[in-house]
Design a protein around this ligand. Structure first.
Ligand SMILES: [Zn+2]
Length: 512
């Protein structure tokens, strides 16, 4: 049951950080005492949205805006919310937020993601910011409210953009405005007041007190801050774009939206080491394959930091798939394959037999993924690459082969707990497994590399069979110890129409 907004809605402070509940008071605004970095070793200006809001109204705005390419619904509202704090919106502050697009989960507390809590918060709380500090943040919206993605807000709904601007203020280091600042009409109140005015629309625009806070934390715009004044070019992946402006260093990075949470090292969607021309007023780069519609920055850690944001729509084209390497793999899956083709984008995903697999996009012509378990030996399955702009399929291009014979151990090796024994082999093989202390003994005509006694023997006479997927897991429950501290697992496997084969011998130590 949704609660209609009849009382003052509270914008909570922050969770999991007691120190932030007594922020220092500077004029009306308060600050937490940290700044989100923009360096190559701790980049925290990125943000993204996981669209899991329960209300249709929270994610149904389908009118695109040129300044926010690629974003609609909740994404558009919350991107605009963050941009309210950026340098171009009045005042003199060296702050830029960097839109990274749509996330596929709410992420951890340091992954700078906004999403629904998927439940009520109680206490009149609208939303909260978790763990804001210089290692990142996470924002959650409470579901007892009916969220509205705008642009207009009606009928007792609450404005995602306005509340988003407030919560993002916490994320970047600002506490609640204090003193008499908030005892004024909606249009004059700071965004960082502890409660919203009406439906929250007036919180979309920050005011003088909020500007004081962000300038206090991030400083005034330095004289050498790079400034983008235009971007031209045909914006398909791989095509060159020309960025013009001022204060570009001789050698800059150009940072695109790429839906990445990576905050150090080689970050996806960044073209490093681009040489500028015309006295630091122009740089030409090819749009990297993993760039998505969103924003682009000139990024130079050593000189002036991050430029102003510039919206850039990336026009994706459909992929083509030419081959998969290797073209076959074991029924058990878990093997890395490389798919080659062209026009792959950062949104590309490999599907094997219609099943999406974990995909890493390496370049516009190469993807890698890990095979899932197959349905049977000798099966040929389709290889498909799907991305935002289309998909392409190579029919019957990957063959599942019988498993190689293997025995693998997992689970706890502590006395009194369970050991899981996974046996892989051809489909429909019969299996016997023995566990004992290391050594060698012959039983049933087979060489078990185990001494007597046999505290655990699973005979194939008992009906163990690898089934159509060539895999069975046998659990040895209640490992006994410490009679022996070393154990071995082995056995025999009987592939169809063949003779018995010794399973490899795996040894392990029983933990005390
Ligand atoms: Zn708050």
């Amino acid at each position: 049951m949704k609660r209609s907004k009849t009382t003052i809605a509270i914008l909570t402070c922050v969770t999991a950080a007691v120190v932030f509940c007594s922020p220092s008071v500077m004029m009306g605004y308060t600050i937490f005492g940290f700044a989100l970095g923009q360096s190559t070793s701790n980049y925290q200006r990125d943000h993204r949205v996981f669209c899991n809001f329960e209300d249709n109204a929270a994610n149904n705005n389908s009118n695109p805006e040129a300044a926010f390419p690629g974003a609609l619904g909740a994404k558009l509202a919350l991107w605009k919310a963050a941009v309210a704090w950026n340098s171009q919106n009045g005042g003199n502050r060296a702050f830029e937020s960097d839109w990274q697009g749509e996330a596929n989960s709410g992420g951890n507390v340091n992954q700078n993601t906004s999403s629904s809590l998927e439940q009520s918060c109680g206490g009149g709380t609208l939303a909260f910011t978790e763990n804001p500090d210089n290692s990142g943040w996470r924002i959650k919206y409470c579901e007892e409210w009916t969220w509205e993605d705008g642009p207009t807000v009606t009928g007792g709904r609450v404005d995602l953009q306005g509340v988003g601007a407030h919560e993002y203020g916490h994320a970047i280091g600002i506490g609640h405005s204090q003193g008499g600042n908030c005892n004024v009409g909606c249009s004059s109140r700071p965004t960082m007041c502890a409660s919203i005015c009406s439906n929250g629309v007036s919180e979309r625009t920050i005011n003088g007190d909020d500007r004081g806070a962000i300038t206090d934390i991030y400083g005034s715009i330095p004289g050498n801050k790079p400034l983008i004044t235009n971007v031209t070019g045909f914006s398909t992946v791989g095509s060159p774009i020309t960025i013009t402006g001022s204060n570009f260093a001789a050698n800059v990075a150009v940072k695109f939206t790429a839906n990445t949470t990576q905050d150090s090292g080689v970050i996806p969607g960044v073209v490093y080491g681009a040489m500028t021309t015309n006295g630091g007023t122009e740089v030409v780069v090819n749009i990297p394959f993993d760039a998505l519609s969103g924003n682009v920055f000139v990024w130079q850690s050593g000189q002036g930091g991050l430029s102003n944001y510039w919206p850039l729509e990336i026009i994706e084209i459909a992929p083509t798939v030419s081959m998969i390497d290797p073209p076959c793999g074991q029924l058990r899956g878990g093997e890395t394959v490389t798919v080659q083709g062209s026009n792959f984008s950062g949104s590309a995903e490999i599907f094997l037999d219609g099943q999406a697999i974990s995909t890493t996009a390496l370049t516009s012509t190469m993807l890698t993924g890990v095979t899932p378990e197959g349905s049977g030996p000798g099966t040929f399955v389709d290889v498909t690459v799907t991305q935002d702009a289309g998909s392409d399929t190579l029919p019957n291009a990957f063959e599942y082969k019988e498993n190689e014979i293997a025995v693998e151990l997992s689970g706890s090796l502590r006395a009194g707990t369970n050991l899981k024994i996974d046996v892989y082999g051809p489909a429909n093989s019969r299996v016997a497994v023995a566990v004992g202390s290391p050594g060698e003994i012959k039983r049933l005509g087979f060489c078990f590399c185990i001494e007597s006694p046999f505290p655990f023997v699973q005979r194939y006479g008992a009906g163990h069979n690898t089934g159509p997927t060539g895999h069975i897991q046998i659990v040895w429950s209640g490992i006994q110890g410490p009679v022996f501290t070393q154990w071995s697992v082995t056995g025999v496997i009987d592939p169809p129409a063949s003779s018995n084969i010794q399973l490899p011998c795996e040894s392990f130590s029983v933990l005390p």
